[in-house]
Design a protein. Structure first.
Length: 235
């Protein structure tokens, strides 16, 4: 797929691992910088888990940023001039990022559709696909939700076509997300509809109303750089 993003709304995902202690402070100090004019029109700073999906274990040295930009030039300016991006380059033990062309989304994040007004694209082409899932879990459903995580985690580890995946959270326990990279659209469908563990969780989510809010979005990851667990999964 040839993706012209020069004047289109795009998204980006950044995964940063710091070598020493004190990485958590950046969650607070980076927020005012991201609110500056010319920055992303939507963003979330996210802690990460140790597993591939939404889980209880936290990796306190690895953090993520998901952002939506009016156009690619705004992201390029951020990466060139922002002190946040400068720190990623100079202080991180490992850093990976990708640029994302939105294909389709449904749902909301914090009461907003991050991609409002962006038309869905039916054809993602034959190449890799990125998927973002996000949910606010109802307090009364937390125990049931986390009991359902281990089988899905194991399925992700064994899933043919899953290039990489990370579980994330913006608030302990109840506001969780997963960002994953897949070989192609067929691999995403096989996981979503043929994997019994995942299908059972989806059925329980719908039948028992686990989520107060949720978002599902697909993208074409059309550029990447850096390393994620020692490699570029899109390389």
């Amino acid at each position: 797929m040839t993706t012209d993003t020069s004047t289109s709304t795009i998204a980006s995902f950044h995964l940063v691992r710091y070598g020493g202690r004190g990485a958590m402070k950046h969650m607070a100090f980076d927020r005012p910088l991201l609110r500056r004019p010319g920055g992303p029109i939507f963003w979330r700073l996210l802690g990460t888990g140790r597993g591939r999906s939404m889980s209880l274990g936290a990796d306190l040295r690895r953090w993520a940023l998901f952002a939506v930009w009016r156009r690619e030039g705004d992201l390029a300016e951020f990466l060139r001039d922002s002190p946040i991006a400068a720190r990623w380059r100079t202080e991180s033990a490992e850093y990976w990022q990708t640029r994302l062309a939105p294909l389709a989304s449904r749902g909301a994040w914090g009461g907003r559709d991050p991609f409002g007004g962006v038309p869905a694209r039916d054809d993602g082409g034959p190449g890799p696909v990125a998927v973002l899932t996000r949910a606010s879990i109802r307090p009364g459903r937390l125990v049931a939700f986390y009991r359902s995580v281990p089988p899905v985690e194991e399925l992700l580890r064994r899933q043919d076509g899953c290039l990489a995946s990370v579980g994330m959270g913006e608030w302990p326990l109840a506001r969780q997300a997963t960002f994953s990279l897949w070989r192609d659209r067929r691999a995403v469908r096989d996981f979503a509809y043929r994997g019994q563990a995942h299908r059972r969780v989806v059925e329980r989510v719908r039948a028992r109303d686990w989520y107060a809010e949720e978002l599902f979005a697909r993208f074409v990851p059309y550029a990447s750089e850096g390393r994620w667990d020692g490699r570029d999964p899109l390389g």
